[in-house]
Ligand binder design. Structure first.
Ligand SMILES: Nc1ncnc2c1ncn2[C@@H]1O[C@H](COP(=O)(O)OP(=O)(O)OP(=O)(O)O)[C@@H](O)[C@H]1O
Length: 326
């Protein structure tokens, strides 16, 4: 049986959910005798930003390449814009955008010409709802490359090249956009502009975005939902806040009073603060309330998966980190 046959053998029954842009069930991938994905389930809806996080070698790129139709899975059901990527045609591909690690080809082309040339591919796939391609001048302005429309690709700086990568990924006004480590090499201003661009794409075009990144602050800022891939499975899923609460539901309150340092963990920080200030008033100094961060949650959940120690481990890791900073 081929990989494609096996996909059909487990195809879901029942009517498809129209709002689901991505629907992946029990995705498995084996390279030679090594299992990399052990049954990944994931979904994304129209206009949603989903961040896929995980340690090096977790299988993020493998997963994304399967979704893009560049790699055949060993087993599982995959539907991207309602289509099995293994059978996706040009019309389907025109609805996807991919921002890969840096665009190195076409060094002699000028930026504007290159975008116009690549945009031509999408023109036959314009619809009443989606005008394709994105007009070059608008696109250049959107990614902040207007001043470089006539610059040869080979002469762009690293950050400018990355902006071009983004422009290449969205020139066809994709309904689903894959961003692989999108802001590596961006300066802080370019990163902020890029984040604004992502918000604009989801707000005005309802673009669905799947993002892989090792930058947790970026995931926190951009993602509606975060999926943590470790050990070949999605080990946790939720908003940044939900993930943080999963590893530690208590907030930690710290303060000093008469030169003494105090630390108290509580599920009701507001009530505790009210009582504390009523009792000790202006003798309370250096007041701080801290909840577990996404980074705390990420490290604890990945550590849990790697060591196989589950019960209370995540919470203890968080507490140990706290103690180390005291
Ligand atoms: N073509 C291949 N043949 C054999 N093994 C592969 C192949 N591609 C990836 N792998 C292995 O599969 C595992 C997952 O790789 P993948 O590139 O998907 O991870 P990743 O999560 O994207 O990692 P990173 O964060 O380092 O980019 C790794 O152990 C990698 O060595």
């Amino acid at each position: 049986m081929t990989a494609t046959d096996s996909l059909d053998a487990v195809a879901p029954t029942g009517p498809p959910d129209e709002g689901l842009v991505l629907d992946v069930r029990d995705l498995r991938m084996r390279y030679g005798s090594t299992d990399v994905l052990h049954g990944v389930d994931l979904t994304a809806r129209r206009g949603e930003v989903v961040a896929l996080l995980g340690p090096n070698g977790a299988g993020k790129t493998t997963t994304i390449e399967i979704l893009e139709g560049f790699r055949l899975p060993s087993a599982g059901t995959v539907r991207v814009l309602g289509v099995d990527p293994a059978r996706g045609d040009e019309r389907w591909r025109a609805r996807l955008g991919v921002v890969l690690q840096s665009w190195r080809d076409h060094g002699k082309w000028r930026v504007g010409e290159l975008l116009a040339h690549l945009g031509d591919f999408y023109a036959p796939y314009a619809t009443d709802r989606v005008r394709r391609p994105w007009p070059v001048d608008d696109l250049l302005a959107t990614v902040g490359l207007t001043a470089h429309a006539g610059t040869r690709v080979a002469r762009l700086s690293g950050g400018q090249r990355r902006r071009l990568d983004v422009a290449v990924g969205i020139v066809g006004r994709p309904e689903l956009l894959f961003l692989d480590e999108p802001t590596v090499g961006f300066d802080p201003a370019a990163r902020r502009e890029f984040h604004e661009l992502v918000h604009r794409l989801t707000d005005t075009d309802a673009t669905t975005i799947v993002l892989t990144t090792h930058d947790l602050a970026e995931a926190e800022k951009l993602a509606d939902r975060i999926l943590i891939l470790a050990g070949g499975r999605i080990v946790a899923e939720g908003s940044p806040d939900q993930l943080a609460r999963r590893v530690a539901s208590d907030a930690e309150v710290r303060w000093t009073r008469d030169g003494e340092r105090y630390v108290h963990a509580t599920a009701d920080a507001t009530g505790f603060l009210r009582d504390l200030l009523r009792e000790h008033g202006d003798r309370v100094r250096e007041l701080e309330v801290r909840r577990a961060s996404l980074e705390d949650a990420y490290l604890a959940l990945v550590h849990e998966e790697e060591t196989g120690i589950r019960t209370g481990r995540a919470e203890r890791v968080w507490q140990q980190q706290e103690e180390a900073t005291r």
